[in-house]
Ligand binder design. Sequence first.
Ligand SMILES: C[S@@+](CC[C@H](N)C(=O)[O-])C[C@H]1O[C@@H](n2cnc3c(N)ncnc32)[C@H](O)[C@@H]1O
Length: 472
Amino acid sequence: MSDRSPRNRGAQRGPDRVRKVAYQVIRQVTAEGGYANLALNKALREARLGGRDAAFCTELVHGTLRWQGTYDVFLARSVSRRLEDLDPELLDLLRLGGHQLLNMRVDSYAAVSEMVTLTRSELGQKRTGLVNAVLRKISQRSLDQWIAAAAPSVEEDLIGHLAVADAHPRWVIEAFDRALGDGADGLEDLLAADNEPPRVTLVARPGLSDVDELVRAGAAPARWSPYGAVLEGGGDPGRIEAVATGRAGVQDEGSQLVALALASARLEGDDADWLDLCAGPGGKSALLAALVEQRGVGRGGAPAAGAGRLTAVEPLKHRAELVRANLRAIPGDHKVLVGDGTKPTWPAGSFDRVLADVPCSGLGALRRRPEARWRRTPDDVRELRPLQENLLDSAITSVRPGGVVAYVTCSPHPDETRAVVDAVLARRSDAQLEDARDLFPGVPDLGAGPDVQLWPHLHGTDAMYLALIRRT
Ligand SMILES: C[S@@+](CC[C@H](N)C(=O)[O-])C[C@H]1O[C@@H](n2cnc3c(N)ncnc32)[C@H](O)[C@@H]1O
């Protein structure tokens, strides 16, 4: 990483450009509700930051946003006013300084001095005294020392301790604890895994590319998905020809595994019409479309290679466009419908396999969305529940007798997973839950079933949930 300490920048008086870009991105996220990944990519492009500068900026933005709740606990002890009474701009500057001091190997003098210079340029000279004083206080302890000083002890309040030590809101940890079940083994490992950016995983779309091609392009085979490959060293996947042309894509291995589980569930008879009820942006649609196109068992059970087709439904036009883009390279007669999955425009029982990858809190993908854990609330989970139940209900109605539905979330929150499945199945006498664990061959730690929960700390995937339901 380039040394951009004030000493080494000599007579230059303005703020460090990279920290300034990072601060502006953080403001877009905290003040305007922006998404860190989108805002950061745009800002890096516009500021023409690449290489080490881009990596430094990314760590400043992602780290500050991910750890903001923890830094606020320490800042509350270092500021004489209530944190809520501080200007939000000032609070973001202090969090950004805190991240450099506590979680990055930036020299303390440089971190404080750079943040004072940035404060002067962004908020004026008057605020520099407070930033200087508070960051100096923060710099007097290491992260571990701050945790020991400011977090409840493990004995007194384990969840409260982890909330500070591992930077997750309490309600999220409680939900994970419930989902992990008895004894909640692995809770700390899970929280730690959430704080590490995920590796970039690729999918070779069946019939269009294969893992060997991705390996030749520098990736390593994924652990379980026969179509998955991991870009160990990171880098831009768009430079790989198969990805650039849509023969391969970027897709978490967990997302591949749940789509493959649906595709490999036992089925008697017809197997040519598959439905993706909540398709945008279309990662799973592309994998399913490539598989059904190869599969194609026509009506009446007659083999009909090339006859299979996917119908993908998505209510938001711009997301439906993303699904179309994802399906562009896949041969076959696939359809993208812009519509509401709870109001089917197709006859009941039209499909052989249905994926209901419902809108959810996304608490299983916290690794890739640094700000999400602080933005989400328990109300989001409560408010999504009726839609999740209606979509699952609609999925079951859409599948033919004997056909299968995969209910999927990228959240392990029990109120979005088992509770939804239990509530819908309690109302329907024409559907039953099946053990899905055999559909994940070779994957360890799948729990007691019959549903499957994948985990970042156990599987290196997003925390995807799948329940397999058969229409009777
Ligand atoms: C978890 S995402 C699906 C991810 C997708 N399966 C993939 O792998 O790329 C849920 C999607 O459901 C869509 N959605 C929201 N309300 C819906 C509804 N009433 N019917 C169908 N889809 C809906 C959202 O817009 C979002 O694109």
